[in-house]
Ligand binder design. Structure first.
Ligand SMILES: [Zn+2]
Length: 345
């Protein structure tokens, strides 16, 4: 099996590595992992050189990208779209709104942005273009490409049973009116769902076009948020605006976030998701999470073994591990990864 691991800037430049790219890539390679996935930007922080930088960017991924090439490690970028802590904090007018006009409040780590703000999206596209040109990724993962949505463990099975509460801001209402002639989205819920899916597809089409015009022409993978089963696709459409059949024309691969540890699910849930997604003609690149170090037990090892065996049994040859910082302190888990990795080669 082929493995990728998500590596966050706070890990790369944090306490363990302090920007020591050699140590980082050596440790990842030693675990039998062949690819790194790194965000190209996070909020206002940009991890590549830009045209008008006054001085060299100290947080550049370029040396890491070069180190990966030397060591035959794959290097993929992640582009977070509608989740941006700094914009959320600094420009409250871009926060999604509920039907009664209340702004989205801070939600754990999640800071969504209204998907109808064109100037925000233009800036995102500009960043994506710069990141591809500067870092030449073979693969790019598009994350948070959805209407405001954070899964809730408490209301897991109810996902999608109600109309999502965000975003009903004046910009979204205006865009909906231009498309349908309706003033109030709640007048025609199906038209509202159509509108939301249409918007997500426009954004994805813009990213795909830009990526196609780049020299690197990275393959695009669309990340999907954790979502209950059955009827994963229907819940996904209603809650996030991601319409799988329409998406197929723009991206060839999906990367569902199957974070069963974080959302208190058994390994049966990731398998049910993959089973439903198999009905669509996508390559699948599932993402698996790991328990906190403090909560780690022997049961987690057994679950991971079971899950990896089942995934490879579904003819899925690659998986992404979320994320390196959670994994690096768990040698037993790293052994399992290494074992699965060498089995394939
Ligand atoms: Zn809005």
């Amino acid at each position: 099996m082929n493995f990728a691991v998500k590596v966050y800037p706070r890990t790369i430049w944090g306490e363990r590595y302090r920007g020591n790219f050699d140590q980082l890539t050596d440790e990842i390679a030693a675990a039998g992992i062949q690819n790194l996935i790194v965000p190209a930007f996070q909020g206002a922080r940009i991890f590549f050189a830009q045209q008008f930088d006054q001085e060299p960017n100290p947080w550049s991924l370029l040396p890491l990208r070069e180190r990966c090439a030397q060591k035959q490690l794959g290097f993929a970028l992640e582009f977070p779209i509608f989740n941006d802590r700094d914009t959320f904090d600094r420009m409250p007018e871009l926060r999604p709104q509920s039907p009664d006009g209340a702004a989205y409040s801070e939600d754990f780590w999640y800071r969504p942005i209204c998907p109808s703000r064109l100037e925000y999206m233009q800036h995102r596209l500009h960043l994506i273009e710069g990141a591809i040109a500067n870092l030449n990724p073979a693969l790019a993962l598009i994350n948070f490409m959805w209407w405001p949505f954070l899964p809730s463990t408490e209301r897991w099975d109810e996902m999608g049973s109600q109309v999502p509460s965000h975003c009903f801001c004046p910009h979204c209402r205006q865009a909906f009116f231009e498309r349908t002639g309706l003033v109030n989205p709640l007048q025609d819920i199906e038209a509202w769902f159509d509108f939301r899916a249409g918007r997500m597809n426009e954004v994805l089409a813009d990213i795909e076009e830009l990526s196609n015009q780049s020299k690197a022409r990275p393959s695009l993978l669309l990340e999907l948020p954790p979502m209950a089963t059955p009827h994963f696709d229907e819940r996904l459409l209603r809650l996030t605006g991601v319409h799988l059949a329409a998406t197929r024309k723009l991206v060839g691969a999906l990367s569902p976030q199957l974070f069963y540890n974080e959302y208190g699910q058994s390994p049966a849930w990731p398998l049910a998701v993959l089973d439903e997604l198999a009905a669509y003609d996508f390559s699948l690149f599932p993402q698996i999470d790991f328990p906190d170090l403090t909560a780690f037990s022997e049961d987690h090892l057994q679950e991971l073994l079971f899950l990896l065996q089942a995934i490879s049994g579904c003819q899925i040859g690659a998986a992404a591990l979320f994320h390196w910082e959670n994994l690096v302190h768990l040698p037993q888990l790293l052994n399992i990864i290494e074992q699965f990795s060498s089995e394939a080669s």
